[in-house]
Design a protein around this ligand. Structure first.
Ligand code: FMN
Length: 790
């Protein structure tokens, strides 16, 4: 059968395993974040291939510890190959030997190492866990040397077994007949049928560098320390006698949350001068190339070898490894490298190789930077911006991007011209043009036009001086928070599932954020009262409450009129401000609710505005309305907008004149009718949302939803809806969804500050046409049914 890559092999192998054995092999620990990260990290690496090098063929072979390998690829140590195929470890060793690649035999092998050595045609290494009984280890070392094993691999990342939840769920036990054959002579195992029992009974948990030194002193074979993820640990290992280091997080099976293995290679390679190996997520020739570019000498592959063994025994392993070798040879050639020695850091688009970690005078320690830099929250925005590009063939319900079929630069240029004409009316056109290209007023140029828009579209009447034109709504949020919150005792309250930009801005400012539970219709006002009270008791004050009242991101919920009135009264009662952000209002249904600002008789609302959904996101024009009065100790009274404008002077100086002009012209040319300006887009969103809802209804008929654990809300309009699914909706599930079902979405947990949303996803309908959205929902429905069955 043609070799179609290791992922294809996994799909073919799955039905051949007993379900609990599949889970034992495929699974990771905890929430399987590290398991997923091993792949995500490889997928994120971009290479800079070399051209014009006059190369017609590449040689994938390498030399390791004086031996030739057909490629810088070996088989990682894995316990009990018999779970995959009756041929078990001897078949793996034979297959790898036929492909000219090495195998690390696991200590917990179902066949004794002597049998494997007899079947080996290529280097055989032996992996050991540190055992309580050193005499057993010493004997194993002697046996290994006698049998012709060529290196010892000491696994140091398993003082105890990681939290393997899949195995707990399935109650996984080794099938009868499978036992750790290498240890049979020693009675080292209390209960060999349960992997957790193995480790607890027989392994020495508290080893230090002296254990490595002891091991190295007891054998003439090179000792490779496996399970290291940091440069300083690699250094300790080498100083204690290790001849190599295998960078590994145990395939995501130990500490969940650990760094992706390939992301740790550069640091380790920079720290030591011995061969550095890596395993975890290596799934193709380009991955091998990337690992070497980061500084690895060679890579090891785990699970795919068991898949290959299940599909085709020894010849399955041979074909898979030969396929990977051929892929790597291709990758070398396409990258302009004759052989592995030509692979270096310059092939990495982001220069993330070992040289970067070697430490130069310009290096900065991340621990000394602002804490937000290493907060995963800030990665979420990048994830949302880039996930669609990562899976370009999948139907994407991920991005909240506006419909752009009618975007036209000519229109934008005409908008700019219209604004210049408007500004020049009765005056000097050249001066009007110049003013756009000069530094502009700190509060912006087009506040007057935005005031006109608010009056006509929302019945909000504010003077232009109470408006600051910003660089997108994101800057408006940042400015409002910076100005309003004096210290960490000022609390920002947000809905339990919240637009990440708000929490990110608060994180940049080191503000305290408190989530409030939501009902199906938005923020739960009873809960809001309780949170405000609790904060007061704790000596803090709730300064502001952020809400998206119309067709919210991410939930799709719209606050009822009664709740709007009640929220305003809570703001009065508890003396906080409301940050109203309503970018989806125009699309929130035929009869939109009054905005909070229009109901705001007590000047409790600071309104944040965006034109990303109504004009163009690329303009980056937003605004805020802050008509509150600020009293100063000297008796002066200013507007909050004026104070915010001062702050903005130190952030972006002023919003760019040209894009403000484009926005101003857009408003003028559409006669301040955003509903008309967005009619085509609105119809598109409506059609797609309707199609999504219809397809959900078809795929999950009323009687069946409960049984499948599926539920969704029916938003009045807008871009988003939330869908409850019968599986843990995390990054690992998203990856499965993308690769196995061709559909992507956003885990609701990305938006949840209260730890909720774990079995919910956000579906964004804005960027899809109805037919594709229908196809996407059907794909998702297939996944939901499969997940429900498994
Ligand atoms: C089923 C299974 C059993 C494993 N058993 C061992 C083991 O006994 N000793 C060890 O050091 N690592 C063990 N590992 C970890 C692998 O050596 C390796 O680090 C990991 O599988 C590489 O990741 P990959 O599967 O993504 O290629 C095991 C992994 C799997 C999947």
């Amino acid at each position: 059968m043609a070799y179609l890559g290791l992922a294809d092999l996994a799909a073919r192998a799955r039905p051949l395993f007993a379900p609990s054995a599949w889970d034992f092999v495929a699974g990771g620990s905890g929430d399987e974040r590290t398991l997923a990260a091993n792949r995500t990290a490889f997928e994120a690496i971009r290479l800079r291939p070399r051209m014009l090098r006059g190369i017609a063929a590449a040689d994938p072979a390498v030399q390791v510890f004086g031996r030739r390998w057909s490629a810088p690829v070996g088989v990682a140590p894995m316990a009990y190959h018999g779970l995959a195929h009756p041929g078990a470890e001897p078949a793996t060793v034979a297959g790898a030997g036929a492909a000219g690649l090495p195998v690390i035999a696991a200590m917990l092998s179902g066949h004794p190492l002597e049998d494997l050595a007899a079947a080996a045609l290529s280097p055989l290494w032996l992996q050991l866990y540190p055992l309580r009984d050193r005499a057993v280890t010493a004997d194993l070392l002697a046996r290994a040397e006698t049998a012709g094993v060529e290196a010892i691999v000491l696994t140091v990342d398993a003082p105890r077994l990681g939290d393997r939840r899949r195995d707990k769920r399935s109650g996984f036990r080794l099938p009868p007949g499978l036992a750790p054959a290498n240890l049979a002579p020693y009675r080292a195992m209390a209960d060999p049928s349960g992997p957790a029992a193995h480790t607890a009974a027989a392994f020495e948990p508290a080893i230090g560098p002296e254990y490595v030194a002891w091991l190295a002193s007891r054998t003439r074979l090179p000792v490779v320390v496996k399970g290291v993820l940091r440069g300083d640990d690699a250094t300790r290992a080498v100083e204690s006698g290790a001849a190599g280091v295998l960078v590994s997080n145990h395939g995501g099976r130990q500490l969940d949350g650990a760094v992706a293995a390939v992301d740790a290679v550069a640091e380790v390679a920079a720290a030591v001068d011995v061969p550095v190996f890596v395993d975890g997520g290596v799934r193709g020739g380009a991955d091998v190339l990337a690992a070497l570019a980061r500084g690895a000498t060679a890579t090891f592959v785990g699970r795919p070898v068991l898949h290959a063994l299940a599909v085709g025994g020894a010849s399955g392993v041979e074909q898979a490894l030969a396929g990977l070798t051929a892929e790597y040879a291709d990758a070398l050639l396409l990258a302009g490298c004759r052989h592995s020695d030509d692979v270096d850091e310059s092939l990495l688009a982001d220069g993330s190789g070992a040289a970067r970690h070697r430490g130069g005078p310009g290096d900065l320690d991340a621990g000394l930077l602002h804490g937000s830099v290493t907060d995963p929250l800030l990665d979420t925005m990048t994830f949302l911006n880039e996930v669609t590009e990562r899976f370009p063939d999948a139907v994407s319900f991920a991005p909240g991007r506006p419909y752009d079929a009618e975007f036209s630069l000519d229109d934008v240029l005409a908008d700019v011209r219209a604004y210049v004409d408007h500004r020049a009316a009765g005056g000097d056109p050249a001066a009007a043009e110049r003013s756009l290209l000069q530094y502009g007023p700190t509060a912006g140029l087009v506040g007057d036009l935005i005031a006109r828009l608010l009056a006509s579209s929302e019945d909000v009447h504010v003077p232009p001086e109470s408006i600051v034109v910003t660089v997108g709504a994101q800057e408006a949020l940042l400015l409002a928070l910076r100005t309003l919150c004096a210290s960490r005792d000022d609390v920002l309250v947000v809905p339990g599932s919240c637009y990440v930009g708000v929490c990110g801005a608060a994180r940049l400012l080191d503000l305290t954020v408190r989530p409030v539970r939501e009902t199906a219709d938005g923020i739960d006002l009873g809960e809001l009262d309780r949170v405000v009270h609790a904060e007061r008791v704790a000596g803090r004050r709730v300064r502001a409450c952020y809400v998206v009242p119309d067709a919210a991101n991410p939930s799709g919920a719209t606050l009822s009129r009664a709740d709007r009135v009640a929220l305003l009264s809570a703001a009065r009662r508890h003396d906080f401000l409301i940050l109203e952000d309503s970018p989806y209002r125009v699309f929130a249904g035929a009869d939109p609710m009054p905005s909070l600002k229009s109901l705001d008789t007590g000047r409790r609302v600071v309104q944040i505005g965006s034109f990303a959904k109504t004009a163009y996101p690329g303009l980056r024009v937003g605004y805020l309305v802050a008509d509150q009065t600020v009293r100063h100790p000297d008796g002066r009274r200013t507007t909050l907008a004026g104070e915010i404008a001062k702050v903005r002077g130190m952030v972006t100086c002023n919003a760019p004149g040209l894009t403000q002009a484009a926005l101003g012209g857009f408003l003028l040319r559409h006669d301040f009718r955003l509903d008309k300006a967005t009619a085509t887009a609105a119809a598109h969103y409506r059609r797609t949302l309707d199609e999504v809802l219809r397809t959900l209804d078809e795929c999950f008929p009323a009687g069946e939803r409960e049984r499948l654990g599926v539920a969704w809300n029916v938003p009045a309009g807008g871009f988003f809806l939330r869908l409850r699914v019968p599986f843990r909706a995390d990054e690992a599930a998203l990856r499965r969804s993308a690769t196995e079902y061709g559909v992507i979405w956003t885990p609701m947990a990305f938006f949840a500050l209260d730890g909720g949303g774990r079995d919910e996803i956000r579906l964004s309908c804005s960027a899809l046409d109805p037919a594709r959205a229908r196809d996407g929902i059907q794909r998702l429905a297939r996944m939901i049914r499969d997940q429900h069955q498994s």
